[in-house]
Design a protein around this ligand. Structure first.
Ligand code: ADE
Ligand code: ZN
Length: 358
């Protein structure tokens, strides 16, 4: 484990430059969770919804989320305000530009949750989101695709319905499925038929395992056919499963800040204990921000928080981005092009760091 803390002002400035300019690949960021508070306030005004006196400053008070369930209900409010194509375009565009390209995110696989958009038919959801993706690409160069989340709070047959809808309205932008919302309300194994149907249709598969026991990680791999895991912190509680995941190079997409607030990746003290254990065990870890503004973070800050707590520098942080490139669901030629861009930028950062500074 790397233990050298960041101490001097110049080391601090060097780290700040590094986390801001490091190329990033984002595989675990929820669209609804990435809506800026000021945008929520404007959407509420647009649709004449009373936010019970909330302002952009008071809306996302992450210290007040008692648990994940409470946070998810705030997410429901945001979802209820995203109603038409313009709203969908706006939140996607902002997530990819201000919340993505501005932090050197080169590629994002956006996690969307159809049940979080009541009243919006799936084809319209995809139309608005893909329009935002196209414009964000034109304006900043960021590439993106969509991962459709099945809601584990809903029934197994509702999950299957979503998979059938995704298949019926198949589009290149949708590359895979995930499993989100409250883990305690939906154990993973029951979703195996929906996952099998998605896999047979060529969709890639991931799922959240933030609070669940290590055994759930094996369920995701063996019964749901996942080739990467969202969070997965409890893997380190079982040496055998840890070893298996190391050997199989299973990617874990961790979200330091949001998971620390929830006390899932550690003790809520910023030590990021479980992520440190995962890295030290040799697991393939990548970093993202989950629901950035809702947890007071952004892609740069998640790297900053982890680097400060664990003494990570260029080598470790670049390793997280390289792992994300390996784990992403681009086709082979697009992935090679992304890898090339990432390596060029890392090389430039390394020579910059090696150059003498006044
Ligand atoms: N958005 C939807 N489900 C979520 C989860 N389980 N954690 C964080 N953000 C989410
Ligand atoms: Zn998540």
């Amino acid at each position: 484990m790397v233990t050298s803390g960041i101490q001097t002002e110049s080391q601090r400035a060097g780290l700040e430059h590094l986390v801001r300019t490091l190329p990033k690949v984002s595989l675990h960021c929820h669209l609804l969770g990435s809506v800026q508070a000021s945008t929520v306030v404007q959407l509420a005004r647009r649709h004449r919804v009373d936010l019970a006196g909330h302002t952009a400053e008071t809306l996302y008070d992450h210290d007040s989320y008692e648990d994940l369930g409470e946070f998810l209900r705030v997410l429901d409010v945001v979802g209820s305000l995203v109603r038409d194509l313009d709203d969908l375009h706006r939140i996607t565009y902002e997530s990819l530009t201000l919340g993505g390209a501005a932090h050197q995110v080169l590629h994002r696989e956006i996690q969307i949750s159809p049940p979080g958009h009541p009243g919006v038919p799936y084809p319209r959801l995809i139309e608005g989101i893909t329009a935002g993706m196209r414009d964000a690409h034109t304006d900043t160069g960021i590439t993106s695709s969509i991962v459709v989340g099945l809601c584990r709070e809903d029934s197994v047959s509702q999950a299957m319905e979503i998979v059938e809808t995704v298949i019926e309205h198949r589009t290149d932008e949708v590359v895979g499925i995930g499993l989100d919302y409250a883990e305690v309300k939906g154990a993973p194994a029951q979703f195996a038929p929906a996952y099998a149907r998605a896999g047979a249709a060529g969709l890639r598969r991931t799922a959240h395992s933030e609070t669940g026991p290590p055994r759930h990680i094996e369920v995701l791999l063996d019964e749901l056919g996942c080739d990467r895991i969202d969070h997965g912190y409890h893997v380190v509680d079982d040496p055998r499963i840890t070893q298996r995941c190391v050997q199989q190079e299973i990617p874990f997409i961790c979200t330091p800040v949001s998971s620390d607030i929830g006390r899932y990746s550690g003790s809520g003290d910023g030590s990021h204990r479980r992520i440190a254990q995962m890295v030290d065990a040799g697991l393939k870890v990548a970093i993202d921000s989950d629901d950035p503004p809702m947890f007071g973070t952004d892609p740069t800050h998640d790297f900053r928080a982890l680097a400060r707590a664990l003494g990570y520098g260029l080598e470790e942080l670049a390793g997280f981005t390289r792992n994300a490139v390996d784990a992403c669901w681009l086709d082979a030629s697009d992935k090679a092009a992304l890898r090339h861009r990432v390596e060029q930028q890392i090389t430039a950062l390394a020579s910059d760091a090696a150059a003498p500074h006044d």
